[in-house]
Design a binder for this molecule. Structure first.
Ligand SMILES: [Fe+2]
Length: 120
């Protein structure tokens, strides 16, 4: 499974796409594909890190979780699907997934966009 994330530059809507569409439209405009790890911001604060504990994968983003600036979600992607954990300001940006089959972790910062870590 492949993830593409698109954002509307007019209304700010973010759309997750798994069918490998090349383009999507919103507000009469073409949405902008978000390229992971491409925003000029601290890699250390945005890239998901993980440890495996038995059949669990614990993912964490060492980022602030403030009202104005936080990690909106963390996602684990496998060949067959994905699991997503929505986060809110004040929460810890640390979540748990079933480790089986996870090949990529994604995190989305409300200011700095999409970040991706390959899971070995
Ligand atoms: Fe950020």
């Amino acid at each position: 499974m492949k993830l593409k994330v698109f954002k509307c530059n007019k209304c700010g809507a973010v759309v997750l796409n798994f069918d490998e569409s090349e383009t999507l439209e919103c507000c009469d405009n073409e949405m902008i594909e978000q390229v992971p790890n491409s925003v000029d911001a601290s890699f250390e604060k945005h890239l998901p890190i993980y440890i495996k504990e038995g059949d669990k994968l614990i993912a964490e983003v060492p980022h602030v979780m403030e009202e104005e600036h936080y990690i909106e979600w963390i996602m684990a992607l496998t060949e067959e699907g994905y699991e997503m954990r929505d986060l809110e300001p004040g929460m810890e940006a640390k979540v748990e997934f079933e480790a089986d089959g996870v090949k990529e972790l994604y995190a989305y910062c409300n200011k700095h966009g999409l970040w991706k870590t390959i899971v070995e």
